[in-house]
Structure formats: structure tokens, C-alpha cells
Design a protein around this ligand. Structure first.
Ligand code: XMP
Length: 509
């Protein structure tokens, strides 16, 4: 593997992504992780990431003692390169001004650049620069402003780049990272087939002949996990899908049709009445979320008890949720959690005493999607937009009722099916319909109407922390509006949300 020591750069996660795309397994550890922790990953190469510190800061984070002495290749990126240079006796100095943006390498050579040809555009973001080269090192790339842009010591196999090879603004950065993998001798076998084989045998080892319980939400993570576990432990898996009545049109049937034929022992629990009763008359959005979370755990626990005893609870936790990193990830997450209390289907019932099985802890979402394809999950689930655990309840503003859920379900289905029909679905990161409590006067034939307003929202985003509203074609929106008011008589007005996040959120609630 390649271990990436994180010194706080916003790009650290991208380095892992690039290596994995190149078929090499790589993990992120905090920059100051102890040597034993690093060795547990059996590293064949190490990357020192960028970061906001200056190597001369008193409190600048440093790799643990012993790391630099390891007899494996080390690549320093930005701060990482400055650190390598300073440790080897070179000099790093604050440049007059911060260099930020694209720069052309005026020359490049050496092992890291092997086989790369033509123009090399590099993304720069630094204030410090290496000004005196340490002994044993050679300058292998420069730009107009930065004479020491890349360095290498082929004897000790230490490499440094001042720019960020991991970002898309460095188009040939992937080739450079691939060269580093070659230097390290890392196997490039981190492919979906390989991951499945490995996960199946890991699960078998962990679980033995124990019984495993899994909550299925209908999303890609839990569905894929269901397929993987069915392959690993067969009948010893019980997957429970709770129909809380807040699902999309036909969703329950779709999930059943996708998983059962592939050998997943799936049990659907009809808890619609309980959820509806518990939510009756409740209009505060946070209150709704709390009730749904509570009812979910109740229904899940009750079902688990009737089904017998289980040794393990499986969860579809992904790598971004667990990264041991000093970067901003965790603070971002807790920040978001303060705005809305997120609830994920499968939230752990506290007192059932399960051991956890989390086979996806090392994977990114797109890796899970790649597994899903091989495991046979249908395309419409595999590439589905995210859908919140509390379902349509949070998209129906104010108190919900059976009737309102039914209206929203039909509007939502017209919109989502329409996006698919017009080939626009995959271009949006998420699309949703909202039932507002606004009623207004309209005219239908010769009749005056007094009906609800539905809102449509579609966004594009990379990380769901910020988002832009999707520029859907007017003609498409016109078609959607016509279909909705013609087919759903309870609606006489359709609006499209043209607000970004921030200041709005993606959901309306
Ligand atoms: P907001 O509305 O906060 O949503 O901009 C960001 C993303 O989170 C999803 N979301 C949830 N997902 N359980 C989930 O699993 C939840 O309780 C929940 N609430 C919001 C939302 O759909 C969007 O993708």
C-alpha cells in the first residue's frame, strides 16, 4: 500500500483517490501517526501531504521519528517537499508573495517525470519555497517563479514536488503519481474483482458461522452491502427493509425485485401505520426527524427480536466517514450536523449488543458503485441520487398526512421519471420534489381551483456541502409543469428552486 501522511491540506483525500484510480491501495493517516501505526499498513511508499504550516513554525506537524529513515520511497507534496528538503539540510524560505494557480514547468526530467511529454501545467499553492538544495538532491523541474519546483534523491529514493499533482488542474499529475507507484513497486491490483474477493473472505473470517443482520434503505450502499454479504454468508444474512410509508413511488417493490433474486434473504416490514400515527399533527421539521429516527429504531429492534438472535450488525459505513485525518473533514461534518440532525437508516440500536461488520470502511462511494456493478445491482439503484433516511416526510412541509404523501409521491415520480426520460438525471447530483403548504387560486377549464404549490429542485455538487441549482432546460421544466398539473389535480402551481447552497440547503424542510 501507499500511506499518505496528512498535514492538513484540503487536497489530501484526492491523493488517495488518484492512487486508487490507478489500481493501488492507499490510506490516509494523520501526519504525526506513530511509526507502528504506519507499519501496520505495510507501506511500500509514503506520501507527505501538503498543509497550511510552515516548516519553521514551532508547532508545525512532523512525521514521527523513524519515518524518514524507512527504506522505502517517500514523496513530499508542497509542505511535504519543504519538510523533506529542510530535514536533509536544505533551506526553505518564505517567498515574497504566495504563488497560487497554474504554472508551466519550463523544464522537467528525472524518475517522477519518466515518460511524460509536452507541456506540463502544474497547480501551485504555496508561500514557502526551497531556496537551497540539500545534499544528494537534484532539481528536476522548475517554473519561471519557482526555480526549485521538483527535487529528487535517487539514492535514498526521496522525491518532492512543490505543486499539487493530485488536482485536476495538473492534467499530467496522474502520470507522475503512477511513476511514483512504479518507483515503489506497488501492485496495481486494487480492482473491483479483487476488492470483492478480499471483502468476502474478510467477512467470512470475521463472522464465521454467526448470524448477521442488515438494515436495507434502498440506497446504493446498503443494497450493495446486502449483495456482498449474501455472497459471503448466504442464508446467515437477514436483511430488513422497513417500509415507513415515506418512500418514493414503487420503491419498496424495486428494492425487493433487485435483491431477492440475487439471493438476499430480505424481509420487508410494513410499518406505515405506526410512522403515520406517530407523525400525525407534527409540523416542526426537527421534531419530525426525531420521531422518524425513534420509530425506525423501534421497528427495527422489534423485527430483530422476532427474527431470533443475531451476532452481528452490518453497516455500510464508507471511508470518508472514518478517515483518520487531521484535515477539515471532521469539523465540516459536525458543522453540518448542527444545522439538521441527520438520520441514516441503520442508525445503531444501542442495546442489542451486536458486533459491527463494516466491510466498506475503506471504500469511497464510487468504489462501492463499481462493486455494485459486478455484484449485479440494477443500474437505476446503482446510479441513484442520494435519498434521505427520513424520506419524503421532510419534503412535505408542515404536518404530513397519508393524502399529502400520496400527492408528493406522484409529483416526485413525474419529475424523476422525466429527468430519466430526457437524459438529464445523471447530469444532476440530486433532484427532488417538495409539497409546500401554500394553496392559491387557479383556473382549470371553467373552474376556479384552490390547490397546492409543488416545488421542484435539482442541484449539481461534488460533496453536497455546497451546491448549485441545476440549469435544467426551460422546455423540460415546461413539460414537467404541464404533466404535474394535468396528472396531479391537487396541484395547480409548480415552481423551480433557483437557490444555491448556501444560503439554502438541498432539502426543503
Ligand atoms: P442538505 O439539505 O442539508 O442535504 O443540504 C445535504 C444532503 O444530505 C441529504 N440528507 C440526508 N441524508 N439522512 C440522510 O441519509 C438524512 O437525515 C438526511 N438529511 C439530508 C440530502 O438529501 C442531501 O443529499
Amino acid at each position: 500500500s501507499v500511506v499518505i501522511l496528512d498535514f492538513g491540506s484540503q487536497y489530501t483525500r484526492l491523493i488517495t483517490r488518484r492512487f486508487r484510480e490507478l489500481g493501488a491501495y492507499s490510506v490516509i493517516l494523520p501526519g504525526t501517526a506513530p511509526l507502528e501505526r504506519i507499519m501496520r499498513e505495510r507501506p511500500q511508499g509514503i506520501v507527505l501531504s501538503g498543509g497550511p504550516s510552515s516548516v519553521y513554525d514551532e508547532h508545525a506537524p512532523r512525521p514521527a521519528p523513524g519515518v524518514l529513515e524507512l527504506d522505502i520511497p517517500i514523496l513530499g507534496v508542497c509542505y511535504g517537499m519543504q519538510f523533506l528538503a529542510q530535514q536533509a539540510g536544505g533551506e526553505v524560505r518564505r517567498a515574497g508573495k504566495r504563488e497560487y494557480g497554474k504554472a508551466d514547468l519550463t523544464r522537467y526530467s528525472g524518475d517522477l517525470f519518466a515518460g511524460i511529454q509536452g507541456e506540463f501545467v502544474a497547480w501551485m499553492s504555496h508561500s514557502d519555497s526551497v531556496v537551497t538544495l540539500p545534499k544528494g538532491y537534484e532539481v528536476v523541474a522548475e517554473t519561471e517563479d519557482t526555480p526549485v519546483t521538483a527535487i529528487e534523491n535517487t539514492q535514498t529514493r526521496r522525491y518532492g514536488v512543490q505543486f499539487h499533482p493530485e488536482v485536476v488542474h495538473t492534467p499530467k499529475g496522474g502520470q507522475l503519481l503512477a511513476n511514483f507507484l512504479t518507483i515503489c513497486g506497488v501492485e496495481r491490483d486494487w480492482t473491483a474483482e479483487h476488492i470483492i474477493d478480499e471483502l468476502v473472505s474478510d467477512v467470512q473470517q470475521q463472522v464465521g458461522s454467526g448470524k448477521v443482520l442488515l438494515a436495507i434503505s434502498g440506497g446504493v450502499d446498503s443494497s450493495t452491502l446486502g449483495l456482498l454479504l449474501a455472497r459471503a454468508v448466504g442464508e446467515n444474512l437477514t436483511a430488513v427493509f422497513i417500509d415507513h410509508g415515506l418512500l418514493r413511488l414503487g420503491e419498496r417493490e424495486q428494492v425487493e425485485a433487485a435483491l431477492k433474486p440475487l439471493g438476499v434473504n430480505l424481509i420487508t416490514v410494513d410499518a406505515r401505520t405506526e410512522f403515520m400515527d406517530a407523525l400525525s399533527g407534527v409540523s416542526d421539521p426537527e421534531e419530525k426527524r426525531k420521531i422518524i429516527g425513534r420509530e425506525f429504531i423501534r421497528a427495527f429492534e422489534r423485527e430483530a427480536r422476532t427474527l431470533g438472535s443475531f451476532d452481528f450488525l452490518a453497516q455500510g459505513t464508507l471511508y470518508p466517514d472514518v478517515i483518520e485525518s487531521s484535515g477539515g473533514l471532521h469539523s465540516e461534518k459536525s458543522g453540518a450536523a448542527n444545522i439538521k440532525s441527520h438520520h441514516n437508516v441503520g442508525g445503531l440500536p444501542a442495546d442489542l449488543n451486536f458486533k459491527l461488520v463494516e466491510p466498506f470502511r475503506t471504500l469511497f462511494k464510487d468504489e462501492v458503485r463499481a462493486l455494485a456493478r459486478l455484484l449485479g445491482l440494477p443500474e437505476h439503484i446503482r446510479m441513484r441520487h442520494p435519498f434521505p433516511g427520513p424520506g419524503l416526510a421532510i419534503r412535505c412541509l408542515g404536518a404530513i398526512s397519508e393524502e399529502k404523501m400520496d400527492i408528493l409521491r406522484r409529483v416526485d415520480d413525474i419529475f424523476i421519471s422525466g429527468l430519466r426520460e430526457f437524459g438529464l438525471y445523471d447530469g444532476c447530483s440530486q433532484a427532488l420534489a417538495i409539497l409546500t403548504p401554500i394553496q392559491s387560486v387557479g383556473v382549470m377549464g371553467d373552474e376556479r381551483t384552490y390547490s397546492y404549490t409543488a416545488a421542484l429542485r435539482a442541484v449539481t455538487t461534488d460533496d453536497f456541502m455546497t451546491a448549485e441549482w441545476a440549469r435544467l432546460p426551460y422546455d423540460f421544466l415546461a413539460t414537467m409543469s404541464n404533466r404535474i398539473v394535468n396528472q396531479v389535480h391537487e396541484i395547480n402551481r409548480v415552481v423551480y428552486d433557483i437557490t444555491g447552497k448556501p444560503p439554502a440547503t438541498i432539502e426543503w424542510e
